[in-house]
Design a binder for this molecule. Structure first.
Ligand SMILES: [Zn+2]
Length: 204
């Protein structure tokens, strides 16, 4: 997910912070170690598979995803966005703060949604430049494994809850534009940024 400067400062929350073993310097590199695929690329539509064992290879992938995310100035990145079909996502709502560790979710599963809905403007590193309102549950509870393979549970609202849902969609081959209901804004934003309406798979 792509940051909106005005929103993440006001809504950032730190809920649960796993170990720091996969942290990398939060500095942009000349180019991301893993190129990020964009709307229209079929790899974004392929569902991700569960990770059987959380080992050093997975942690190295996490580090490369974090480096790619920081380089692209994002606050969330899912493995399918870098062409890897594994149920893995990374989130950092405070990318300017070297002291706050990123959140790593492996094999995340939705446990429950809260009853409320929120509309909020989202962006995506795979659809650069496009920002549109999306309605989602305001609270979500997920089970997942952290980067050491430990089972975790997290209840999140605000920007974190939003970001988790956005990134988990990627694991199912769903993009935030698929959930946009304002057809006029969707068409004009896509056109303005050089994307094809036919690459959106609306779910309404
Ligand atoms: Zn995204």
């Amino acid at each position: 997910m792509r940051a909106l400067a005005r929103s993440f400062a006001q809504m950032a929350r730190t809920a649960e912070q796993p170990g720091r073993t996969v942290q990398v310097p939060k500095q942009p590199l000349a180019e991301p170690p893993l190129p990020i695929h964009t709307l229209g690329d079929r790899v974004l539509r392929t569902p991700a598979k569960r990770i059987g064992k959380v080992d050093d290879a997975v942690r190295e992938l996490v580090r490369d995803m974090l480096r790619s995310m920081y380089t692209a100035k994002g606050i969330g990145l899912a493995a399918p966005q870098v062409g890897v079909h594994k149920q893995l996502l990374v989130i950092d709502l405070d990318p300017e703060n070297p002291a706050s560790p990123p959140l790593v979710l492996i094999n995340p599963e939705i446990r429950s949604f809260g009853s409320g809905l929120d509309s909020y403007e989202e962006g995506c590193l795979s659809i650069p430049g496009v920002y549109l309102d999306v309605v989602r549950p305001s609270t979500v509870e997920v089970n997942y494994r952290d980067e050491m393979g430990r089972p975790r549970r997290l209840k999140a609202d605000g920007l974190l809850g939003r970001c988790i849902q956005h990134e988990m969609d990627h694991l199912n081959g769903v993009l935030f534009v698929d959930r946009v209901t304002d057809e006029l804004s969707l068409n004009s934003e896509l056109q303005e940024h050089g994307f094809q309406r036919g690459d959106v798979q609306s779910i309404r």
